[in-house]
Design a binder for this molecule. Sequence first.
Ligand code: ZN
Length: 492
Amino acid sequence: MEKNNLSNLSHDMTIPDVLSSICDSTSSLVEGCRLPVKMSGSEDWPLAEIISIREEDGKIFYYVHYVDFNKRLDEWVREEDLDTRKVQFPRKDGLTTGQNTNTGISTPKRLISTSRPTSPVHHNLQDVQVNGNTVLQAALQKKINRKRKAPSISSPAIIPATPSTPITPVPSNVTIDEDSQEVPNEKTPRQSGSMVTHHDDVVTRMKNVPLIELGKHRIKPWYFSPYPQELCALDCIYICEFCLKFRKSRKCLERHLSKCNLRNPPGNEIYRKGTISFFEIDGRKNKCYAQNLCLLAKLFLDHKTLYYDTDPFLFYVMTEFDNRGFHIVGYFSKEKESSEDYNVACILTLPPYQRMGYGKMLIEFSYELSKFEGKLGSPEKPLSDLGLLSYRSYWAQTILEILMNQETDGDTDRPQITINEICEMTSIKRDDVISTLRNLNLLNYYKHGQYIVCINKETIDQHKKSMEKRKLRIDPKFLHWTPKDWSKKPRY
Ligand SMILES: [Zn+2]
């Protein structure tokens, strides 16, 4: 991290200017400022960036992002949580200017008056013009525009858009009337990718849903998701755990539940062992469910943006069964046809089920499907921080399991296996196998392009321990599924 000192600053400005504005209060703080902020639930004061400022009943609140932390920790803080002695103001070029704390020198006001171009200043959330509806409308408009420009180019739908994007008529699936969550009848060309990195837009950088109720769980969302703004203004959004439609109150949800016949996700149950089931949902046939699933997932996935054209995707929803029904635990989506051998687009274990082995089970299932298809596969990039951890651990366990079960080959004292054989046995793509072997530090060059894999006792012990803990496993005997060749279908 580079911190600019006074001598750097003096390149762009005169010394008297610099000295003229000492930051001694919060009044000069603007969006983009960086300063130490007390993180709630801890005694730490990590460096944070102000994303938004709002005033409520005479009090000012700051929405901050802790610079070296995941966005899920972003939060509203009060004035007293800010350490205003060490402020870095945003520069004209969008970067943040460091400031020497001891001299108390800050960037002059004429420089700080320009906030980032992408961050419109909202002092009150009431002024914010962008909401779930407009974000969706803007995205659809973009899609239409793109279609007009270059119908043959497959490019992902980009959401969210900036407030200036033209507005199209409100799609009916984002209003909150009963039974209105139907899907706009769109016919769009094939798009690539499931979700894409979104713009650094101030609204979509902020969590907008305070709480959701899903079945017996009340869950605090981690990230922005374009639910209708009318619902986001409420304390909680009530979601039917079976069809994933959302309601503004428990009463409305109860009314819905009395009419909703589903006790499991729509689509085919293609796996059941014990209480665990998997349902395969076609994003074209069950568009409303698929879109509502994406909306729900976006609350917990940051790096990817919601994708409204669900037609090119299949969704695999994992459920846990009890006498009330099949309760959603997590899911992954998968392109019907992937030009890059992706076998997973988005993957999520819902927070109440995290750190219990379900995530790895989802991953294992995705590779079982690839094995049935006779293909190698890899998850779409980028992976979230938690996703990457799960995948690394899954790859390591799967590959170590194979290496340790190798039988000695007759005329040599060492068992032999090729990378390609590992790929074929696991459906894990070659690059992922190699990176895993490297991460585990197992590869030692031998001769003539051959490598010797040496596994030390520590790695073996560690592996055995972690496999004992891994109780939840997919049993391919219980998978009843025939892969479809989607390329033979005229449209999905
Ligand atoms: Zn329902």
